[in-house]
Design a protein. Structure first.
Length: 594
């Protein structure tokens, strides 16, 4: 292992000499307190190291010692329900041992070395196994069955396999490879965070990741294994949307990376998630969640590592055959960490001071998402959906981080400050946002939800676009200048916005809408529109249509609980029908009197 000494300290960047044998991205121990660092530039025997802890007190001459290993995470039973920092130090274990503040140089194993897990083998002695094959099962939590797999790059014949209770470091079996070498198998693996985990084949994104958020599921759908970004200015609701997706997305495992955001926002996550119930099982949501907290007051270099730590953990559960959703809040802070380190390295800056490799690093991150056939047997399909919040300064979407992200992701949920100021949440701008998965998901909606879904979505989008055009005319000459048909379109578009797209994250009922409820809500609004057009053709005054009391019933439909909605829907539908029949009857009577 390489050893050297410090010659320069510049914030989180340390330059050391005598490290000619060091390798790129090797983890080193810096100073007498053995702070964790990573080699990021090699120049002869000089190595530039980003240190993941506060560097105050370090000085020239202090020792630096290489470990010979890249920055890696520990993967095995015990990851689920854990709260880590950016380099996978367990915050709860550190708090229990050293108190509320992380001391410099503190070391704690990411996985508990004393806890014993019940292991049930799924293979027998003499079986030939390859990378990714299932060795056995551990019931990690009541919601997640941990599938212990043969590590990537290893294959051979099982010489020994044991059942019982083991710690993550104890041997559960022995594998003999083709060269006759014996490998001890444990429940724990280590994997370098900057290297994507392998899989057999990438699959097209043809399955919906249900989120329960109406504007997302209906207008700008995200596929399982898809990529999405949520850019928006301060106060537009990025964090709340990320929280909603983490709570309600149809994923079996959630990895939430709080990357450089304010400490109080991460505190909300840490306090809320253990209290939340999984909607499908009633169990605590933390039993299928991993939290990575690297807030803005924590070391900047660890912020850069935190997204890699998160996505490597997410890939591990994807390899088990699970649907995984990763939330990164926010990738702008990750990019800012890269910019700070790059500046201290005196690299040639790119646009707005960001490093020239910003685009390639962002691409590497989002490329690790996808729906795949996993390595090994039995055949497993897993998916990893990556959703990154972006915090552009001043809400300027033309800045480099947003533009590089938009070039790579297929779903754009653009948050609008004007909508947020009008208290319209989620503040996703329906005219600026898009999803490139919509066409791929048409067969899914037809099969699993209803044939009408795609037609209604197209009709709603068309009405919202017409509304934007008509509002220009209204601003110039007033609403009275519009024809009755156009005024009806404005009213129905308002109903779509206020009664359907607006959704309260803090209302017990409205926080989540199933796909069947969303479809029925759309059908109610469409029924009102169709009957309204018919009434106008029969000479009914537009004002009478606007003043119909049944509109209030449509508006309040979103607050009807899921289990009652099936019975309420036909009642509201009949009420709409009766209201228009009454209007038409009144119109016919007025015509006869005239």
């Amino acid at each position: 292992m390489a050893t050297g000494r410090i010659v320069k300290v510049a914030g989180p960047l340390v330059v050391a000499e005598g490290l000619a044998d060091a390798k790129m991205y090797e983890v080193v121990r810096v100073g007498k307190e053995r702070l964790v660092g990573e080699v990021i530039v090699l120049d002869g025997d000089l190595a530039s190291i980003q240190v993941y802890e506060e560097t105050a007190g370090l000085g020239p001459g202090d020792p630096v010692e290489g470990t010979g290993e890249p920055l890696s995470v520990e993967l095995g039973p015990g990851v689920i329900s854990s709260i880590y920092d950016g380099i996978q130090r367990p915050l709860e274990a550190i708090q229990a041992r050293w108190g509320a503040y992380i001391r410099r140089g503190v070391e704690a194993a990411a996985l508990d070395r004393t806890k014993r897990w019940g292991f049930t083998p799924k293979v027998k002695k003499g079986e030939a196994l390859s990378a990714g094959d299932l060795l056995g099962l551990v019931q990690e939590t009541t919601l997640v069955e941990h599938r212990v797999m043969v590590p990537p790059g290893l294959s051979g014949t099982i010489e020994e396999i044991r059942a019982g209770e083991f710690t993550v470091e104890q041997t559960i079996g022995v594998l003999k490879d083709a060269q006759g070498k014996r490998h001890e198998l444990k429940m724990m693996q280590r994997w370098p965070v900057r290297r994507a985990r392998p899989y057999t084949e990438k699959l097209p994104s043809t399955e919906l990741l249900t989120t329960g958020q109406r504007i997302v599921d209906t207008l700008f759908s995200l596929a399982k294994g898809g990529t999405a970004c949520v850019p928006g200015p301060f106060g537009s609701g990025k964090t709340v949307i990320q929280h909603q997706l983490a709570k309600w997305a149809d994923a079996q495992v959630i990895v939430f990376v709080g990357c450089g955001e304010r400490g109080n926002e991460m505190t909300d996550v840490l306090m809320e998630f253990p209290e939340l119930e999984d909607p499908k099982t009633g169990e605590p949501l933390m039993k299928r969640t991993v939290l990575i907290a690297n807030t803005s007051n924590m070391p900047v270099a660890a912020r850069e590592a935190s997204v890699y730590t998160g996505i490597t953990i997410a890939e591990y559960f994807r390899d088990m055959g699970y649907s995984v959703a990763l939330m990164a809040d926010s990738t702008s802070r990750w990019a800012e960490a890269m910019r700070e380190i790059s500046g201290r390295l005196e690299e040639m800056p790119g646009e707005e001071g960001y490093p020239a490799y910003l685009g390639s690093r962002t691409a590497d991150f989002y490329a690790r998402a996808g729906r795949v056939i996993c390595l090994g047997t039995p055949r497993r399909e897993g998916s990893l959906s990556a959703i990154g919040a972006v915090s552009p300064p001043g809400g300027d979407l033309s800045e480099p981080v947003t533009q590089n992200t938009l070039r790579l992701v297929k779903v754009f949920w653009g948050l609008d400050a004007n909508l947020a100021y009008r208290r319209h949440f989620p503040a996703i701008n329906w005219l600026a946002s898009y999803s490139l998965y919509n066409d791929d998901l048409i067969p899914y909606f037809e099969k699993h939800v209803g044939a009408e879904w795609n037609l209604l979505r197209e009709e709603f989008m068309k009405l919202l676009q017409i509304e934007a055009e008509l509002e220009e005319i209204v601003r110039l000459v007033g609403v009275e200048a519009l024809s009755p048909a156009d005024r009806l379109k404005l009213e129905v578009a308002r109903s779509i916005r206020e009664d359907f797209l607006m959704q309260s994250a803090f209302d017990e009922v409205d926080t989540f809408s199933s796909l069947s409820k969303q479809l029925k809500m759309m059908q109610l609004i469409q029924r009102f529109y169709d009957l309204g057009q018919r009434a106008i053709e029969h000479g009914v005054a537009i004002q009478k249509i606007i003043e119909l009391a049944v509109r209030e019933r449509i508006a309040k439909a979103k607050f009807i609980p899921e289990h009652q909605f099936e019975q309420s829907f036909p009642e509201i539908d009949r009420e709409i029908q009766r209201a228009f029949e009454s209007l038409l009857a009144g119109g016919a009577h007025a015509a006869r009197v005239h």
